[in-house]
Write a protein that binds this ligand. Structure first.
Ligand code: DQA
Length: 145
């Protein structure tokens, strides 16, 4: 059974209380439950992790590279400036779907740049938890499931 790493970057542990007008009321636990439910429907498993630490996120991406594991990644603010996260993403061999809860293109100018998109298989943004559900469906399709 395919396992997918769902990796969430800084401040996403604050979902539920963080700017709910932008990010909604679902918590990170709700997000993890939604991912587990969708993965089960697709005959996959997920490992959902969150970190506020760039080095830890990069170590998880190295793990995915070493094990050829598909990744659904919300790099959060790292999206916009972390060349180190981008370089780690570039080493992945299995599908990488970049996700965002909000639509960064409709927000402040600094959010209009993603340094990750250029090395992602695809990007899904602006659909709240559905961004993750659709990303898992995309991974299942890409893995031929
Ligand atoms: C985000 C969008 C980013 O611009 C922001 O820094 C985040 C969350 C999203 O999911 O909408 O932390 O990635």
């Amino acid at each position: 059974m395919a396992n997918v790493l769902v990796l969430n970057g800084p401040n996403l542990n604050r979902l539920g209380s963080r700017e709910p007008d932008i990010y909604g009321h679902a918590t990170h636990d709700d997000l993890a439950a939604a991912c587990r439910e969708t993965a089960a429907e697709l005959g996959m498993t997920v490992d959902v992790r969150q970190t506020n630490d760039e080095a830890e996120l990069i170590a998880w991406l190295h793990e995915a590279a070493d094990t050829s594991t598909a990744v659904v990644l919300n790099p959060a603010a790292f999206t916009h400036y972390s060349y180190a996260v981008r370089d780690a993403c570039a080493m992945l061999t299995a599908p990488l779907i970049e996700v965002h809860l909000s639509n960064p293109a409709a927000r402040e100018e600094f959010r209009h740049t993603s340094v990750v998109s250029g090395v992602a298989t695809g990007t899904i943004a602006g659909l709240g938890l559905d961004s993750y559900r659709l990303a898992l469906r995309a991974v299942a399709g890409l893995l031929g499931r």
